[in-house]
Design a binder for this molecule. Structure first.
Ligand SMILES: Nc1ncnc2c1ncn2[C@@H]1O[C@H](COP(=O)(O)OP(=O)(O)OP(=O)(O)O)[C@@H](O)[C@H]1O
Ligand SMILES: [Mg+2]
Length: 467
């Protein structure tokens, strides 16, 4: 089928063709005056010389100011080049959503987050699986809070994040006009100054910082520490915990929102029980099918492509609640349709796209794990592994043999526990808790290597969906 897909531009037709011929003419037809004018333009930083060699080089197809995902294709026709770009924009799996218009669903957890900040005046920890949408959620939350005149500052934590740098940077973005000792009608000298100007050069101490932040008046400040789980230095976490405690004790008008991939609240902020009552933990769980469908609908509107009903259902089934997977699989499938010059994305495209994703994921696992998963004895336990992968799909990641029983036909929890132990011992796939001798702890397991559970779930979904 080739409906609605317009062919690429003809030679000489369209902006690129015009530029090619125009550029060549100008170079030849100019006298000395023209040359001088061009040199002057260059010196003044004006438009570049359109020499023939330059116009042969690749160019950007679309201006950076254009929001492709928000532009409806003309008269329902699909221009493959443009659709490809629009697709990259609408279904980019590597970028968080930063605007409300492109943000699907999640109103429950957004409402809980707002209530925790506004009503409980608590600090918040958002936790959930990789790619479930934490960063997108905090961006949209930030936009919402700014509308309510909060001063929202965003920081993404890296592996090497240091307390001192991070909070000095935050302090530098809080205008000194919000300091209790500075009059709102202060003279010009106070304009342009920030809280960072009140911090001396010695190492930043969380208690002193909390004292300083407690002097904030006239606004409320939200500090977002995204990807908090990535920070390696335990001193960073200790200082942040100390800061939270001191801010709470002083009823300061500064609240922290931390996000991270974690099995639970403890893993992110753990060891300081005294701050637990000042923190609200919010788990970000799987997305609903409707919200996932909305992501695909937006991509359809932006590209002019259509997902056939079976293709759409298949993407949603494969993605199993992950907006990241909706985008990854959806875009791979749509690209296959475009390669074939089809305007309709079909179920076959989704299956082929999913296979490609699985191949890449598998190649990304450590060699040892790849070999383990290929072993015949491990493959024989595939139903248990897939059930374990599903049961681990909570923010906590831990599961008990009982959780698997409804998912594995014909095995009771004791038999499942035996197989899980065998896999933990011989294949080293799981962490274990509550082993013999650990009193009072429920026996539970968790996948040891990041990405294995996702790989197993997706390949099982493919096995079912593709059948
Ligand atoms: N509500 C949403 N609507 C549409 N797309 C979303 C939504 N939430 C997340 N996505 C998409 O899913 C992908 C992952 O989102 P995001 O980066 O926010 O997840 P994350 O939980 O922060 O991931 P990580 O654990 O890797 O930090 C991105 O491509 C993002 O655009
Ligand atoms: Mg993130």
């Amino acid at each position: 089928m080739d409906v609605g897909v317009s062919r690429d531009r003809q030679d000489g037709d369209g902006p690129r063709g015009q530029e090619l011929s125009g550029g060549a003419d100008r170079t030849e037809g100019e006298g000395l005056g023209g040359l001088a004018r061009r040199s002057l333009r260059r010196l003044a930083g004006g438009e570049a010389e359109p020499a023939a060699t330059v116009s042969r080089l690749p160019r950007f197809a679309v201006a950076a100011t254009e929001e492709l995902a928000d532009v409806r294709p003309v008269a329902g026709r699909v221009h493959p080049e443009r659709a490809r770009l629009a697709l990259a924009d609408a279904l980019a799996a590597s970028q968080p959503v930063t605007s409300r218009e492109r943000f699907a669903g999640r109103s429950d957890v957004l409402a809980e987050l707002i209530a925790a900040i506004e009503q409980q005046r608590a600090h918040v920890v958002l936790y959930g699986e990789r790619g479930i949408g934490k960063t997108s959620l905090v961006h949209v939350f930030a936009e919402t809070a700014r509308d309510a005149r909060y001063l929202v500052l965003y920081g993404s934590c890296g592996v090497e994040a240091a307390f001192d740098d991070m909070f000095r940077t935050f302090a530098a973005q809080i205008p000194l006009l919000y300091h209790a000792d500075v009059s709102p009608v202060a003279d010009e000298g106070e304009h342009g100054r920030s809280f960072a100007d009140l911090i001396d050069g010695s190492a930043l101490d969380p208690r002193k910082l909390a004292e300083l932040f407690a002097r904030i008046v006239g606004t409320r400040v939200i500090l977002i520490l995204d990807e908090y789980d990535r920070v390696r230095d335990p001193a960073f976490r200790r200082d942040v915990a100390e800061l939270i405690k001191n801010l709470s004790d002083r009823a300061a008008r500064v609240q922290l929102v931390l996000t991270g991939v974690a099995s639970n609240l403890d893993e992110l902020v753990g060891f300081t029980p005294s701050i637990r009552r000042n923190i609200v933990g919010l788990g970000v769980g799987p997305m609903t099918a409707d919200d996932m469908a909305y992501i695909l609908e937006r991509a359809e509107a932006a590209t002019g492509l259509m997902f056939a009903p079976e293709a759409r259902a298949l993407v949603i089934r494969m993605a199993a609640g992950s907006p990241y997977l909706v985008r990854l699989i959806g875009s791979r499938a749509a690209l296959r349709a475009l390669d074939d010059r089809r305007a309709e994305v079909q179920a076959g495209d989704v299956i082929a796209g999913t296979e490609a994703v699985l191949g890449e994921w598998s190649a990304g696992l450590p060699g040892r794990v790849q070999r383990t998963l290929a072993r015949a004895d491990v493959r024989a336990d595939m139903p248990i592994l897939v059930a374990a992968a599903k049961a681990s799909g909570t923010p906590e990641g831990w599961f008990a043999p009982e959780d698997l029983a409804p998912l594995v036909r014909g095995m009771d929890p004791a038999a499942i526990a035996d197989r899980l132990d065998a896999l933990a011992d011989s294949a080293d796939l799981f962490d274990r808790q509550g082993e013999d001798g650990e009193e009072g702890r429920e026996r539970r397991y968790r996948f040891r290597t990041q990405g294995v559970a996702q790989l197993l779930t997706l390949s099982a979904a493919l096995a079912r969906g593709g059948a």
